[in-house]
Design a protein around this ligand. Sequence first.
Ligand code: GFB
Length: 322
Amino acid sequence: MQWNSNARIYVAGHRGMVGSAIWRELQRQGYSHVIGKTREELNLLDQAQVRKFFSAERPEWVFVAAARVGGILANDRQPADFIYENLAIETNLIQAAYETGVQKLLFLGSSCIYPKLAAQPLREESLLSGPLEPTNEWYAIAKIAGIKLCQAFRRQHGRDFISAMPTNLYGPNDNYDLNTSHVLPALIRKFHEAKTQGEKSVTCWGSGKPLREFLHTDDLARACVFLMENYSDEQFINVGFGSDISIRELAELIGRVVGFEGQIVWDTSKPDGTPRKLMDSSRIRALGWRPEIGLEEGIRMAYTDFQKLADGSLADNSRIKL
Ligand code: GFB
């Protein structure tokens, strides 16, 4: 069921990896009135600015794709930034959406909200059933609070605010800064630079044993628009790919795609994090959504994007920290 195609739709975080994918999907589906604000135009940490923006623009749909995100090391090293900024962004957006009568809001969390050792695949019911993964509990608690905010505004005020929990993501506009990025973009960059610089080996973090599930952001964007058009429930909903891969196999796959033939070395002084976080996505699959981009195909697409950044042929690569 498509919403009216000229609904006023605000995508918070529209220039990030997830927000830009949602933006492209909305345009693909013919939504013509999509609003985005850069950090310079609207500081989402400033409640007064957010209230002023919502009062002026009066969006009818809101996608909360803005967040302070990062890989395992960034989360572990900057706990205050990850918990404070994500709490501030989500409380400012959700409160302003309530105050200005936004008709529907989709909040995006992450698979790290689940307990470190929860039964796999991760079902939504396992939320808060055990201790979190220490390296990202700060981000996880902020995202759990976001889910609860949406549920509370539905219970107390009848607002149609929903939440989706994506698995590990990758795609265009990803972050390639090796200190703050997630594993997939980090390894694309590491293997590319090792190949172009004739290095003999690439160093990856941890043991390589953890398993991770990866979903391309174009598939997530299709799920987000699908949920906005078709889902209205207090229950938050997992959005996963459906299978996972060890970090070691991922490194070997990315090495093959990039064409690096040297050695892979494992730096076990770096944390492994959660041993596994494969999501049970049967709820959204039962509604009719399916991922369409396989991992190898997606990695090839991501590598092509990275090469455009690396050789500077992408006009605006200021947003990607290389
Ligand atoms: O993607 P990643 O940083 O985050 O790490 P998580 C995934 C696994 O890849 C870990 C290993 O076991 C890392 O040790 N790894 C190997 C690497 N080489 C590298 C490398 O060069 N860079 C990085 N980054 N990892 C995140 C959470 O957990 O998942 C976030 O910290 C968020 O909050 C995100 O929830 C979805 O998958 O472990």
